[in-house]
Design a protein around this ligand. Sequence first.
Ligand code: FAD
Length: 525
Amino acid sequence: MSLPQELELLLPPEVAYDELARYRALLDAAGLVPGQADFVHLRKRSIDARGRQPLVRLRADIYRTVPPADLFGPWFQYPNVSQATRSVLIVGAGPAGLFAALRAIELGIKPIVLERGKDVRTRRRDLAALNKDHVVNPDSNYCFGEGGAGTYSDGKLYTRSTKRGDIQRILRILVQHGATSDILVDAHPHIGTNKLPSVVAALRDSVLAAGGEVRFDTRVDDLVLTGQHLRGVVTSTGEELTADAVVLATGHSARDIYELLHRRGVLIEAKPFALGVRVEHPQQLIDQAQYRRQDRGELPAASYSLVHQTQWQQRQRGVFSFCMCPGGFIVPAATAPGEVVVNGMSPSRRDSRFANSGIVAAVELEDMDVRQHGALAGLRFQQAIEQRACQLAGNTQLAPAQLLGDFLKKKTSASLLETSYQPGLVSVPMDEVLGAGLADRLRQGFQNFGRKIPGYATNLAQIVGVESRTSSPVRIPRDRDTLQHPEVRGLFPCGEGAGYAGGIVSAAMDGERCAEAAFAAIGTK
Ligand code: FAD
């Protein structure tokens, strides 16, 4: 088989995003005419907005003979493990849990996935109740339920954890389960909240088809410990389940799990995290700033990534944008009544009129009351601010908000802007929600960002509180090599909730690693 001809070129968006025009431009650049190439494989697509006009950079391979079958999939097969002699309990059906289950199957182990929430479609009803009636179901919400916190999200699939696993493998598994193959090509791939549920359902179907189990409405409430060996778990229905290993992938919002581990004497540690607000702008303002045109045309809704070092009472802390959702919505991400938490999501087309992003400040151990709360210090810090946000906004899911220009001037906002946050907003001075230290750091950050993006730090934007579930405030330690808890055999802390991932792809990669570690520990009979 002859090698493909590799090409890299910059094209105007109207050519790059039109399949036929792009095909012609690529052939033209290769000096070929239609009929001379068997297949054009797009390898990478990114936007270059540095020049006067934004352009799209494409990398493509042109095959003049039949391309290798590996380009198209299916790439993965899942053997039947219903009769396997080894089994693993996987607590949580987020990306970490689902990918751990699929990897366990590949390795010949039967996974039994326990999920406190509902299947991905039924879960929608609870999200509607949260948005319209302000009812928070503590087992089914934007963080809990099949697919985990990443399901009703933006579905961004980029990660900085490039050394922790094979990103392309994770993306291919998603494509094999129904995600668009664009995610294998785009520099900043994303799936979108409208497409994610069917991908999640397909991942579950693969687990079931291979003889694995997935149990919904099954919350883990206790551990079956024999000395320092975890043999299984006790569920909310009172059932005791045992297996050869337990992968604990319960995410960063499962506060009852941290409390349970603490109560049962399983070592956990407080860990730094980040907390702040979500800022919402008209998408057009961001498009104009990034692309220097009012109408973005074929280009995707523009995004940004910002960071600034701040100083407050001799302590340096980073303030940075987090989980930016172009063309998206702000959503209520609380997991218990009496707290207000916000996060962001967007549909695959990213076509809402709003751009939102978390803007958060680092919270280090010295910012928390570790002396009083020990390992749960970060969790208590987070919880106190979420509860204050709820109280100050009237004890519903209305979120406290302030115009950004007013926040910078420490002035209460007389009125607020239109918002994508469905439950609604209430004008509250955000200093009262966040406390002086955090508010001051965020002010320094916003002032700096306003110098980078024209119009950013003005009353054309508003901030909404609180963006508190950025990462886990607790770490469940594990041995570097075996990935088992250093004191409890059989326990594999996994994913974001254990402190080893941040985002869908890194959680999925960690899930795979934990399944491999469990396999190494228990093998197959
Ligand atoms: P989770 O996804 O949190 O999954 C944990 C699962 O465990 C949940 O399903 C939960 O119900 C279950 N569980 C908890 N306790 C128990 C128990 N006691 N018994 C049984 N089950 C239990 N990341 C990105 O990379 N891109 C994005 O665009 C993005 N957008 C987001 C938008 C929103 C609204 C939110 C909330 C998060 C977003 N994230 C995004 C973050 C991402 O979702 C998480 O990093 C990722 O889901 C973590 O995966 P995980 O499997 O470790 O945990």
